[in-house]
Design a protein around this ligand. Structure first.
Ligand code: CTP
Length: 407
């Protein structure tokens, strides 16, 4: 059973949110209604209380029923924040990080997925400010249930009517219960940079945060896979729900960790930005004192992905996914890498593209496999992860069919 925070903002569609609450409960979820001040002009909190059997939260500072349910506690307990109807005003506040009431504070405090069902007049819906706000929220991972077309309460005909409660409840359900399409798969994901220590205080590193690998690991858990994570040094916390996590620092430590788990894995995703070079002499015992210009010989690290590809032989187990971070010609270089490293899928990204690459929440990639190239738009990393796993599932299916046809 999941806890859905149902934010109700002030639109004529607020009455339909009562039906959304009922449908969510029918699907087995707990519902905690949170009403904005203007929502209460359309529907009374008692209606939601009767349906949800929970006190409705109506204000940040209201005494009595609200005093023991403050936004931080609810924020950490929620599995989904659903806003229906979402007015242009609440969309604008979310987009700009404004926190001037309970619902907007909850939005900033929660890590739960966010789903919004907008409802407003057609012109408001089409206004560049609203569209821009929605694009910003989309880039942060917020999902939307688009409004329907038809007669609007204001007398207009057009787009802007709150989506049907059934559609909203189904969209919420999909976010709460992703299809368990990777049950039985053992997915090994590497994430983050590696550091090659020069001496006790200095290292050669790179700007990877680990977010892309973490998003893939998280998405694989949500699809029912067993997941092990090998993480390089990063300040970003790995997602919850991993079967095992190995923390490593250097490329050679990452190599050892991956090889130790290779036979366990049915899928390996090398999202880590592994250093290609390390000091030839190893790490100096003492801090290297500065002098004149300095030259330090470096040697190549072992290419983990290449070794995994070479070790597989004809059978494509584990399925191998590599990344190619490029600053130009990402797709053609990925195609070359796909063949040279004997892997099944390369996720190519041009790290110079705006919003893509290191240390941002979004990414723009192309999925390159023997079957062809699929260019994806700029998306939150979690959605990129889902697209990668969709492709992985296709490849697992194709491999199963290939093995079966040879028997
Ligand atoms: N990789 C690896 N072991 C290394 C280096 C890279 O397993 N020692 C993996 C990365 O995790 C990534 C892919 O190989 O999945 C990147 O391939 P690589 O050829 O290293 O590409 P880049 O370093 O991005 O580019 P270049 O070929 O220009 O070095």
């Amino acid at each position: 059973m999941s806890l859905v925070c149902l934010g109700v903002s002030g639109g004529i569609g607020a009455y339909k949110a009562v039906e959304v609450a009922r449908l969510l409960q029918k699907r087995g979820h707990e519902v905690q209604a949170v009403m904005t001040r203007s929502a209460r002009k359309f529907v009374g909190p008692v209606t939601f209380e009767a349906i949800t059997r929970r006190p409705v939260i109506t204000g940040q500072f209201a005494p009595g029923l609200n005093s023991n349910v403050e936004h931080i506690a609810l924020a950490s307990g929620a599995d989904l924040l659903l806003v229906a109807p979402a007015t242009a005003n609440i969309i604008g506040k979310f987009a700009n990080g404004i926190a001037d009431d309970f619902l907007t504070s909850l939005h900033l405090a929660t890590r739960a997925p966010i789903l919004m069902a907008p409802a407003m007049n057609t012109n408001m819906w089409e206004h560049p400010a609203v569209q821009e706000n929605m694009r910003r929220l989309t880039a942060r991972g917020v999902r939307f249930v688009d409004p329907g077309e038809g007669y609007l309460a204001c007398g207009w005909i057009g787009k802007g009517r709150l989506a049907e409660p059934e559609a909203i409840a189904a969209a919420a359900d999909r976010l709460l219960r992703p299809a368990q399409t990777l049950v039985g798969q053992r997915v090994l994901v590497t994430a983050g940079p590696t550091y090659e220590d020069l001496d006790p205080v200095r290292y050669i590193g790179n700007r990877s945060s680990g977010r892309m690998g973490f998003a893939i690991a998280d998405a694989a858990v949500a699809r029912g896979a067993e997941v092990r994570l090998v993480v390089g040094p990063t300040s970003v916390a790995p997602p919850a729900g991993m079967n095992e996590v190995a923390h490593v620092r250097s490329a050679s430590e990452m190599h050892a960790a991956v090889m130790a788990w290779r036979d366990w894995a049915s899928v390996i995703v090398m999202a880590a930005a592994v250093a290609d070079y390390t000091p030839a002499e190893g790490t100096a015992d003492a801090k290297i004192a500065k002098g004149g210009p300095m030259t330090m010989p470096l040697v190549r690290t072992r290419d983990i992905l290449m070794e995994l590809g070479a070790a597989r032989g004809d059978e494509r187990r584990p399925l191998l996914v590599g990344f190619a971070a490029e600053t130009s010609d990402a797709v053609s270089k990925a195609q070359e890498k796909l063949a040279r490293k004997h892997v099944d899928l390369i996720v190519a990204n041009d790290v110079t593209a705006p919003g893509a690459g290191f240390d941002v929440e979004t990414n723009q990639v192309a999925l390159v496999s023997a079957g062809g190239v699929r260019e994806l738009p700029l998306l939150p990393k979690r959605e990129v992860a889902d697209a990668i796993l969709d492709r992985v599932q296709d490849l697992i299916g194709a491999e199963r069919a290939r093995v079966a046809s040879r028997r």
